[in-house]
Design a protein around this ligand. Structure first.
Ligand SMILES: NC(=O)c1ccc[n+]([C@@H]2O[C@H](COP(=O)([O-])OP(=O)(O)OC[C@H]3O[C@@H](n4cnc5c(N)ncnc54)[C@H](O)[C@@H]3O)[C@@H](O)[C@H]2O)c1
Ligand SMILES: [Fe+2]
Length: 391
């Protein structure tokens, strides 16, 4: 049986590396951006300036909301069809880059419906009209290197993780300067999101030596840099931007597990930001998955790599859980869903719906240990109250 490990064709990195855009060869570039932070920081003008140097005609699709909607995607695709770009440039956090990827499908295949691409690996061959550049401005989702695009249907409240290697950008630009304007809570949330990507990928069913290597490096770099980056250290900020990208190279090939399944669903219903939900869930998801003997060994291996203490695999795994909780505390992440502000009546009223949806999420399939409705509801209670998963 053969397996696949896919990365962008080229990855440009380093402070100032967005200047690579002046080397692009083509005719027309459409730039997809978010709510305005890029404009405010002056980087949108810089990007348009480099594209002008490359003699590309440009157009901007702006205002992509966090957790982009199906409507934004379809509207953007319409603008693309009118403009006819041969380069699509998604710049931002995960949201604008993900939106750009999904727009690309409906730009190249106008008759395709959103429902047609919900199952993994059902995207028709792209690059018949345009290629994609991904430029990350948050240090977490690594959408600039991944095969994923997360789009929300606000009519049903469901967040769909679309996945296909067609989505891997042709060019990724990992320029840490773009992250210097990030506010503290975003650094924290996106940083622990990246940690969750790397740790879940390290035990996920799709893991391989090729995903393990960047994943372990990412974990080490995140533990070494997140708190300092959160406090404003720019060298640590640079390292975090590279670390989240390494985590992305890992998880886009290995996939992730139930921390993500659960985070995808609580975002829409209890409005918990993606990274914050992952940070709250990760310690208990590790405890749950550590009942799988192979995963326990691998969690212990991560702990050894971080030079944590423990005489047995279980003790090392417990040290890893404690280290994550300590890191969360240092970057001011709430300990439980209750601390985040989810009210108990709201939690009880939606628990079975959220669980049902999380079970159906594609990431559940790649989790190393099976889970059912009853166990996941109990796990949610642990995350609500702050108790440890022992089952
Ligand atoms: N494609 C993937 O592989 C993948 C992986 C994980 C998550 N996601 C999805 O990505 C989305 C989250 O993306 P995100 O966390 O990167 O954030 P985001 O793109 O949703 O942006 C969040 C906020 O941060 C602001 N922002 C972005 N960069 C900034 C900067 N440099 N300075 C100041 N403000 C800035 C944005 O304007 C926005 O208000 C979710 O929808 C999540 O489900 C995608
Ligand atoms: Fe994530």
């Amino acid at each position: 049986m053969s397996s696949r490990f896919t990365t962008p064709r080229d990855l440009y990195f380093g402070p100032g590396s967005i200047s690579y855009l002046k080397e692009l060869k083509g005719h027309k570039a459409i730039v997809v951006v978010g709510g305005g932070s890029l404009k405010k920081s002056g980087y949108l003008d810089k990007i348009l300036g480099y594209l002008a140097e490359a003699k590309l005609e440009t157009k901007v699709i702006d205002g992509i909301e966090p957790d982009p909607s199906v409507e934004s995607v379809l509207n953007g695709a319409k603008i693309m069809r009118e403009f006819g770009p041969d380069w699509i440039i998604g710049v931002g956090g995960g949201s604008p880059i993900d939106a750009a990827k999904a727009m690309w499908v409906f730009y190249e295949y106008p008759d395709t419906k959103f429902e047609d691409i919900l199952n993994p690996f059902t995207i028709p061959p792209l690059r018949t009209k345009a290629r994609l550049v991904g430029i990350g401005t948050t240090s977490g989702t690594a959408s600039e290197v991944t095969a994923c695009s997360v789009i929300t249907d606000y009519k049903t409240g469901i967040k769909y993780p679309l996945a296909d290697f067609q989505f891997n950008p042709d060019i990724a630009i990992v320029d840490p300067e773009l992250t210097y304007s990030l506010p503290g809570n975003m650094i924290a949330f996106t940083g622990v999101d990246a940690l969750t990507h790397a740790i879940e990928a390290y035990v996920a069913k799709g893991r391989s030596p090729f995903s393990d290597a960047p994943g372990l490096m990412a974990i080490e770099m995140i533990f070494g840099n997140l708190e300092r980056s959160y406090k404003g250290d720019l060298e640590a900020r640079n390292n975090m931007h590279y670390a989240q990208c390494l985590a992305g190279l890992s998880f886009t090939n290995a996939l992730v597990g139930i921390a993500h399944s659960m985070a995808h669903k609580v975002g829409a219903i209890w409005k918990v930001p993606h990274g914050c939900a992952n940070a709250i869930f990760l310690p208990n998801v590790i405890l749950y998955n550590s009942k799988d003997p192979v995963s326990l060994t691998r969690f212990a291996n991560i702990a050894r790599h971080l030079r944590l203490t423990g005489f047995t695999d279980q003790a090392l795994c417990d040290s890893l859980v404690q280290a994550i909780r300590d890191l969360n505390r240092k970057v001011n992440i709430p300990y439980t869903l209750k601390d985040f502000g989810v009210q108990e009546p709201d939690f009880r009223a939606n628990l079975s719906l959220v669980t049902e949806r999380a079970l159906a999420d594609i990431c559940t399939f790649f989790n190393p240990r099976e889970i059912d409705q009853e166990k996941m509801e109990r796990l949610f209670w642990c995350m609500y109250l702050g108790t440890d998963c022992f089952f």
